[in-house]
Unconditional design. Structure first.
Length: 222
């Protein structure tokens, strides 16, 4: 089942890629597949919204790539094999990798690497690491997110993880409440400018997305 989902996801990525990124997507992505299969998909529940071989410009002006990138979480995921990233690495390559990590941080992204051994031997631990990262986002006292009612905070967090439009029925599932209670939470979030309606007609909205303001609340504590 994962293989079918991955192939569909990969084909979609390739169809929109060009140049060096396309070349990167056509190389051996065994490690990236393992990262998606063992950690990212089990935690996020979907591959939608993710970007394979995300292209960035480093501090030195050269193009660098993240194995998997989550735009809303602003996380650059990496799978590192010991042989290619440590055992057989040259001094120049080692320095390049350090500079690469600094470039990712300078761009405002979270650099989140996993080793191949961890993915194969300790997938549960790797998943907990990602849950921890998500759970800590925006939890600090004094942040705008912390001041929101717990239901509103949970909707924002779940919507961020979903990384695509959501419906009232989704909020019912996230909060384990009835439809009217979900609508009330959505009305409050919309009034605060933390979600916005997408699709639907003038009088009825079918889906919602969190706004940049909501994303900013999640990261203000960092």
């Amino acid at each position: 089942m994962f293989e079918r989902e991955y192939v569909k996801f990969w084909e979609k990525q390739v169809s929109s890629a060009g140049g060096q990124r396309l070349e990167m997507l056509q190389r051996d992505l065994t490690g990236t597949k393992k990262l998606l299969h063992k950690v990212i998909l089990p935690v996020l529940g979907t591959l939608e919204g993710l970007i394979l071989e995300y292209e960035m410009i480093s501090l030195s002006g050269v193009k660098i790539y993240a194995d998997v990138f989550h735009p809303m979480l602003r996380v650059a995921f990496e799978e590192d094999h010991y042989v290619t990233h440590a055992e057989m690495i040259s001094r120049d390559r080692f320095s390049f990798e350090r500079a690469r990590a600094r470039s990712v941080a300078t761009l405002g992204y979270i650099y989140f690497p996993y080793s191949r051994d961890e993915l194969e031997k300790k997938p549960d631990f790797c998943q907990r690491n990602l849950y921890e990262l998500i759970g800590r986002t925006g939890n600090a006292e004094g942040s705008g997110l912390y001041l929101l009612p717990v239901y509103e905070r949970e909707v924002i967090r779940c919507a961020l993880l979903r990384n695509k439009p959501f419906r009232t029925a989704d909020v019912c599932d996230w909060l384990v409440v009835k439809r009217e209670a979900s609508r009330k939470v959505l009305r409050e979030l919309e009034a605060k400018g933390l979600i916005q309606a997408v699709g639907g007609g003038i009088t009825r909205c079918h889906e919602f997305m969190i706004t940049e303001r909501a994303v900013a609340l999640l990261y203000r504590a960092k």
